[in-house]
Write a protein that binds this ligand. Structure first.
Ligand code: PBG
Length: 328
């Protein structure tokens, strides 16, 4: 025969065979579940643009963490939403701040669950920017080096409260080094840093900003987050964060940046995380609620796509559900 038929379908005949030759796997141990802590008691307020995701008071957040542990998800990442915000975001590094209270309460439970904290100032500042402001050449701007001191204080206070890992998401230059130094100085050299290394200025953060009440009061974040068309620059960000002491590097968002995840994975010998962000979650939820897509199938396909691109771990609002589906 001139054109012999190559029988690719031979290995697709049944589920056991397909499973045996599967190249990429997704396991609950690779998922991290984001949670939003608010002041008060018995508060469980659904975020309108994120069905199934809630603002939780500490008592409710603790319950949620028990559930996350039971689902087999190994870690949560906590975001704090203070009731008082100010210019310098002082609640971010206050020992009695919402996030510090939340971390202490969760760690007290003694769960088999890691607590990661997001280190940033935008949830805590009255202007909603990720650092302290100053008058710059083009109007108000975030003062990089002054912000480093605040971020370092914030990270230390999270770890003093019991955080197992810290995850800086502010995109200031030099913040991983500043945080590493501050932690080491306090004797926390064993605490790893998960750096939001390549974080793009993305429209996909919209629902999160509703959840965290952290939309900037003026301007946008393009002066510190990355420009979406750039990938070389992402590799440079990753390289710098690693030089400064990052242990895990993250690409964020995930779905529109799969090429970036793949490149980072290919070029660096470190664990890579990706953040399947709020807007990505909302799109799937909205289409599923309308009955336009099969939610479970689409979620699992999306998450395995991130794994295939090279993500060792995925921060996702689908984590709890996905972990349950993986057990079925
Ligand atoms: C804080 C932060 C943001 C997200 C994670 N950490 C928002 C932002 O940068 O505006 C977004 C997460 C999501 O959209 O799910 N800087």
């Amino acid at each position: 025969m001139t054109y012999p038929i190559v029988r690719m379908r031979r290995l697709r005949q049944n589920g056991l065979l397909r499973d045996m030759v599967r190249e990429t796997r997704l396991h609950a141990s690779q998922l991290i579940y984001p949670l939003f802590a608010v002041e008060g008691r018995k508060i469980r307020k659904e975020i309108p643009s994120m069905p199934g995701v809630f603002n939780l008071s500490v008592d409710e957040l603790v319950k949620e963490c028990r559930d996350v542990e039971a689902a087999g998800v190994p870690a949560v990442i906590l975001f704090g939403i203070p009731s008082e915000k100010d210019e310098m975001g002082s609640q971010a590094y206050d020992a009695e701040g919402i996030i510090q209270k939340a971390v202490r309460a969760v760690k007290k439970e003694g769960l088999n669950l890691m607590v990661i904290t997001d280190v940033c100032l935008c949830e805590y500042t009255s202007h909603g920017h990720c650092g302290a402001l100053r008058d710059g050449r083009y109007g108000k701007e975030v003062d990089n080096d002054r912000t480093l001191e605040l971020l370092a204080r914030e990270a230390v206070s999270h770890v003093e409260a019991g955080a197992d890992l810290v995850a800086p998401s502010d995109m200031m230059d030099g913040r991983v080094g500043a945080i590493r130094d501050a932690l080491d100085e306090k004797g926390f050299e064993a605490v790893p840093i998960l750096a939001y290394a390549a974080k793009y200025a993305s429209g996909f953060y919209g629902p999160f900003r509703e959840a965290a009440q952290s939309a900037p009061a003026f301007g946008d974040r393009r002066g510190y987050q990355m420009d979406p068309p750039n990938v070389r620059e992402a590799l440079r960000e990753v390289e710098l964060d690693l030089q400064e002491g990052a242990d895990i590097v993250m690409v964020k968002p995930a779905m529109a940046y799969m090429d970036v995840i793949a490149k980072v994975k290919e070029l660096f010998q470190v664990p890579v995380a990706c953040y399947n962000v709020s807007g990505e979650y909302s799109m799937i939820k909205a289409a599923a609620l309308k009955g336009w897509i099969d939610e479970k199938r689409v979620v699992m396909e999306t998450l395995i796509g991130m794994r295939r691109a090279g993500a060792d771990m995925i921060l996702t609002y689908h984590a709890k559900e996905a972990a349950r589906w993986l057990k079925e």
